[in-house]
Design a protein around this ligand. Structure first.
Ligand code: ADP
Ligand code: MG
Length: 668
């Protein structure tokens, strides 16, 4: 009766009758060479060997005779340089790494001299590992692990980690691990080598018992006393078999053991189990190195926070500026002297006149044209004078309509005020609060605009645009005559008729003024152009800063890659153990990729929250910055951090999955 056969979850598996059953293990002229500098070390010299099901074989020989090399080839952890190795008739040379892994997890159970348990897992967790890679039902594999530990006398040690167990106990855990997937063939390399005599005897007794149940046991030992437990002793010397003896009375071929079949999880369910396991391993690894994980994350946190808040800042200021512009109305054209914004000679050009404005106003496509002229003045009322200089805007009666201004009280300047060159002004709220601090009604009061006394006829409401300045509006005629003593204008603001096209109006005005001036010493711009140029500059700026932020993200990603490489190097041994118990390359890769992606995703989430809290804190300090977060940019940032995890985690994860199990196991 096999240990598993009494469990109701196991079903018997009927092997179809075959005329000749191939031997379990068949080596033919297997040679294994190792490069050692310029020379080649031949560890195995044309070894031919057949082992049948149910045998208990000891491979003995002095140190360096090639025992471990042979064992590793038998267990498909290593490949022969030459010769063939068949398992149940299948040539292992033709098998891919993942096929060999399947062979290991389905047929072989390894017992190592140094136990090779995973230090972070409990005894039960260690025993379960091969079953996870096999894809067994979680409840079933847990029950099976418990049962095996109980059988090996470790009932109350299931929850202990390896460093809480004695050597003998650890070796028994590793025996349980070898048995969990059935353990048809147990490969034990010096299983008693690290144990005292009594404990070693105990382990050999267990192995004998497992053999009596029908399992094939192959042990490697340098100790003849240990070897004497076996029915067959193969002696190696210098990589060649020098003796192959059988104990008298043992049958050449032991009874055929019927292989068991276990309840397996198929497809998605199995994949999910393995994913969960990889996920748990990744979290465990991150927890084990909290500070390191956090520092790695910091790069991602800062990068993502920078990207998200820069984009939000750009978007916020763009919206603010555009709101202000749209208050100006969309169908106005400004005519100014010079060749464009920032033309320094424009102040010397004196050809733009009131007559030009009148000519433009007479065009059919023009709704109204209002000349404007501005000058800096000091405002005074009685003994109160404004500390900052104010702007006196000389305007026409249409100006307020063109600009879309609203009144708070009083009235705007009318056509008569303009024609009469009257000394009347409209003031803005800033001027009112500066000159009338006690809340008096400014209407009808006289204030001094530069040298010109003027009566306040209206108070405009705040435009929200350039809101810190003081602005007063007087008839352009008064400003030209009484304040400046000039007759040329700073600009003419044209409101295009509702049914006329902007382009046609622009062409018409240009042609008209060109004939009037004989040259093009003026330029036009409309609010739409201003909007476009602002959108363009803020867009360029955001792009520039965002690309700097992206660079910091890439640096963060490289940090992740670096740490993952360290993590892989640190856990080479663990990778080797997992491969020995049957992990596929994909399983190993998944584990490290998940770790990298988790670091980046958590970093991304923290980065987004950091940016959001900045957006919350900024306005509290009354700064002019407005952060406008868009869901799209947050989702993008998050996707970015995940992609960074995948991209920069890929290389280390792949190098982990491509490790050679033997080299990995040998690493200390
Ligand atoms: P045993 O287990 O019998 O002590 P091994 O199988 O470990 O012996 O080694 C057999 C021979 O092969 C030794 O000479 C050893 O130095 C050599 N050898 C084993 N593994 C390697 C390797 N990875 N690289 C180079 N030489 C090796
Ligand atoms: Mg050895």
């Amino acid at each position: 009766m096999t240990p598993a056969a009494d469990s109701s979850t196991y079903e018997r598996f009927e092997r179809p009758a075959k005329p000749v059953t191939p031997p379990l293990i068949e080596l033919k002229k297997v040679r294994r060479e190792f490069p050692a500098g310029d020379e080649v070390v031949v560890a195995l010299k044309d070894v031919s060997l057949t082992i049948e099901k149910g045998e208990m074989v000891a491979i003995v020989g002095s140190s360096g005779s090639g025992k471990s090399t042979l064992m590793n080839i038998l267990g498909c952890l290593d490949r022969a340089t030459r010769g063939t190795y068949r398992v149940l008739g299948r040539d292992t040379r033709e098998m891919a790494p993942d096929d060999l892994a399947a062979l290991r997890r389905e047929h072989f159970g390894f017992i190592f001299q140094r136990y090779h348990l995973l230090p972070d897992l409990t005894a039960a967790g260690n025993v379960e590992t091969p079953a996870i890679y096999l894809g067994r039902d979680p409840a079933e594999r847990k029950a099976e692990a418990k049962r095996l530990l109980e059988r090996l006398g470790l009932k109350d040690r299931a929850g202990h980690t390896p460093n809480q167990l004695s050597g003998g106990q650890q070796q028994r855990v590793s025996i349980a691990r070898a048995l969990i997937n059935g353990g048809d063939v147990i490969l034990a390399d010096e299983p008693t080598g690290a144990l005292d005599t009594t404990t070693g005897e105990e382990v050999m007794r267990i192995l004998r018992q497992l053999n009596a149940e029908g399992r094939t046991i192959i042990i490697v030992t340098h100790d003849m006393k240990v070897a004497e437990h076996a029915d067959r002793i193969i002696e190696l010397s210098d990589g060649a078999i020098i003796a192959d003896r059988r104990k008298p009375g043992t049958a050449e071929i032991a009874a055929d053991v019927a292989p068991k079949s276990v309840k397996m999880r198929q497809g998605a369910a199995s994949w999910r189990d393995r994913f969960n396991e990889a996920f748990r391993m990744a979290v465990r690894a991150m927890r084990a190195h909290k500070l390191r994980t956090f520092l790695t994350m910091l790069g991602i946190i800062i990068g993502i926070a920078a990207v998200v808040s820069v984009v939000a800042l750009g978007e916020g200021s763009r919206k603010q500026v555009l709101e202000n512009i749209s208050a100006l109305g969309t169908n106005t054209i400004d005519v100014r002297p010079g060749s464009g914004f920032g033309d320094r000679r424009s102040s010397a050009i004196r050809t733009l006149t009131v007559a030009d404005a009148e000519a433009i106003a007479a065009q059919s496509y023009v709704d109204s044209a209002t000349p404007t002229v501005t000058t800096s003045v000091t405002l005074r009322r009685g003994n109160v004078s404004a500390s900052a200089s104010a702007t006196a805007n000389g305007v026409g009666d249409q100006y307020f309509r063109v600009r879309g201004m609203k009144l708070e009280s009083g009235a705007f300047l009318g056509a008569e005020s303009i024609n009469n060159i009257s000394q009347e002004i409209v003031i803005d709220p800033n001027t009112r609060s500066t000159l009338f601090p006690d809340g008096e009604d400014p209407l009808g009061q006289v204030i001094l605009v530069g040298q010109m006394p003027a009566t306040v006829v209206g108070v405009a409401s705040s435009t929200g645009f350039g809101s810190e300045n003081l602005n007063v509006y007087a008839p352009y005629t008064s400003v030209l005559r009484r304040l400046l003593g000039q007759d040329y204008l700073r600009s003419i603001t044209v409101r295009v008729a509702d049914n006329a096209s902007m382009d046609a109006a622009q062409a018409g005005i240009t042609a008209l003024l060109k004939t009037r001036h004989g040259t093009e010493d003026f330029y036009l711009n409309n609010t739409d152009e201003i909007r476009q140029s602002i959108e363009q500059t803020t867009g360029t700026l955001t792009l520039l800063i965002a690309s700097i932020a992206v660079i910091s993200l890439i640096v963060g990603g490289i940090g992740v890659m670096n740490i993952m490489l360290v993590s892989v190097t640190e856990r080479v041994k663990e990778i080797g153990v997992r491969m020995a118990v049957g992990a596929r390359q994909g399983d190993i890769m998944q584990q490290f990729l998940i770790e990298a992606v988790l670091v980046c995703m958590i970093g991304g989430a923290l980065g987004v929250s950091l940016a959001l809290s900045l957006g919350f804190i900024f306005p509290l300090f009354g700064s002019g910055f407005v952060l406008d977060f868009s869901v799209a940019s947050i989702v993008l940032a998050f996707t970015c951090s995940t992609l960074i995890g995948v991209a920069f985690g890929f290389l280390p994860a792949r190098s982990a999955s491509k490790l050679d199990p033997i080299e990995a196991l040998a690493r200390e």
